[in-house]
Design a protein around this ligand. Structure first.
Ligand SMILES: Cc1ncc(COP(=O)(O)O)c(C=O)c1O
Length: 464
């Protein structure tokens, strides 16, 4: 029984219906019966009925060091008792100062300037506001256009959501369409027919150059991109893509923002993926999630010394970056992040993620033999299985949109939570997962996909 409640699952589900969850369906509002999770340990969740599930997505791609870390809980408690809060406007605090110096040390190149936020969205929003501020201070107020990509996800505040390229995320929402522009999702599986690997890269590069030419280089301020598009479906760009885009940005006096909210903190086997995996040193990096392994809400925006140098010093105009949050540099969240990073270093979780990640990827690839599996892709501890029910019928198209949910339903009954994304199942388990646990996870996934395949065969919508 939960320490906060002596209520049963149904009563809790009723109460939970007062909670408007992210991406809540309005039609079904108040009638949901979500599993209510009561506790967690290692890679497992336990619901209020005591049923155990493997946490396939590590919460929302964030519980990188796993659940139930007493050391992080102690760090949070100790800091809350010592000093729960002080104003980032007027004072420094010990955990924030030590954390920012640590972040500067482990981030790529000269990304030594850290702006702390409470989430990934507020880190991205701050990055976009910084880009606009930067060009205002430099006397280039026209230089404001931002180029993002189709299927990108960058967050839920107004500016961050304006950079999102997923149609479904925008269908009922407003966005800034004047300043935000989109080029193609670089994933090869979705590329138009007739492109080879090399042509595809050249197409993407030319499309980006054309977009800048169309908008005017003097009006283009920045490119924002995830090293791989996570919620877009683990979309991996062709080799060399990021370097080519970065070079074009610099040739046009544009900043390159790498959104590492998901890909940092060991997810791809390194603290950050931009340099170690994709070979670039961006001008700015945004991150959150695994920074505290989800134990506290915290985000960060890194800005390169080279960029900052253009705004500071005796010859620079007097300017203020008027952007910040009551909880910027929150001491309790920073204490959690410091302990989280200490654990990652001590337990060599980046190395572990590289080793076990290779095994995870090879096990996922085995699922290609299932007829409704169209593609399997991933890097490190991030993987995606994309399904398709190939037929021209409209029913089957609608079904393609819910296939991820159906697989998740089967997998949940078998003790595994999947992150369903339309027709995809995405996995980003806690980094501590072992090879044996990966075997169990992938075996359940196979069963879940096969059961779903049986269902659609019985329903007559799939003739395979
Ligand atoms: C790449 C990326 N950027 C930004 C965000 C927004 O982060 P948050 O939900 O912490 O605001 C997310 C969230 O999933 C993300 O995947």
């Amino acid at each position: 029984m939960n320490i906060l409640s002596n209520l049963g699952t149904e009563q809790l589900q009723e109460k939970d219906n007062h909670f408007i969850h992210p991406w809540e369906s309005m039609k079904g509002l108040g009638t949901n019966k979500r599993p209510i999770i009561d506790r967690a340990e290692g890679i497992y969740y336990y619901d209020t009925d005591g049923t155990r599930y493997i946490d396939g997505p590590a919460g929302m791609w964030c519980v990188n060091v796993g659940h139930g870390r007493v050391e992080i809980a102690d760090a949070i408690r100790d800091q809350a008792l010592r000093m729960p809060y002080c104003s980032p406007w007027t004072e420094g605090n010990v955990p924030a100062a030590v954390l920012c110096a640590k972040l500067a040390e482990i981030s790529p190149g000269d990304l030594n300037n850290v702006f702390l936020t409470n989430s990934g969205s507020t880190a991205v929003d701050s990055a976009l506001r910084f880009v606009m501020f930067y060009n205002n201070v430099r006397g280039k107020p026209e230089k404001k256009h931002i180029i993002s990509r189709e299927r990108a996800y960058h967050g839920s505040t107004y500016l961050a959501s304006s950079a999102c390229g997923k149609e479904r995320d925008k269908s009922f929402m407003d966005a800034n369409t004047e300043l935000f522009h989109f080029v193609s999702d670089p994933e090869h599986y979705h590329r138009p027919e007739g492109f080879g690997d090399a042509d595809w890269l050249e197409f993407l590069v030319k499309e980006f150059e054309d977009k800048i030419a169309e908008l005017g280089a003097d009006k283009c301020a920045a490119f924002i991109g995830e090293p791989l598009l996570a919620s877009g479906g683990v979309s991996i760009p062709p080799k060399g893509y990021h370097k080519r885009i970065l070079d074009i940005c610099h040739a046009n006096d544009m900043l390159y923002i790498s959104d590492e909210v998901v890909t940092a903190w060991g997810r791809l086997g390194h603290f950050f993926a931009s340099e170690e995996v994709f070979g670039i040193k961006p001008d700015m990096i945004t991150t959150a999630k695994g920074l505290t392994s989800g134990y506290q809400p915290l985000g960060a925006l890194f800005i390169a010394d080279e960029v900052m140098a253009r705004l500071k010093g005796d010859d620079a105009p007097d300017s203020y970056f008027s952007n910040g949050f009551t909880y910027s540099g929150h001491p309790v969240a920073c204490a959690a992040a410091l302990k989280n990073i200490e654990i990652m270093e001590r337990e060599k979780l980046n190395e572990h993620a590289r080793e076990v990640g290779a095994y995870f990827q090879s096990r996922l690839q085995e699922l290609r033999d299932i007829p409704i599996v169209g593609d399997v892709r991933g890097i490190g501890m991030l993987g995606c299985v994309e399904c398709s029910i190939s037929s021209d019928s409209r029913d089957s198209l609608a079904l393609d949109h819910e296939i991820g949910n159906r697989i998740n339903e089967h997998c949940s009954k078998l003790g595994l939570f999947v992150r369903p994304l339309i027709n995809m199942c995405v996995f980003s388990p806690p980094l501590i997962i072992t090879k044996e646990e990966i075997d169990i996870m992938v075996d359940i996934l196979r069963k879940g996909i096969e059961l779903t395949m049986e269902d659609v065969r019985k329903e007559g919508v799939w003739k395979g």
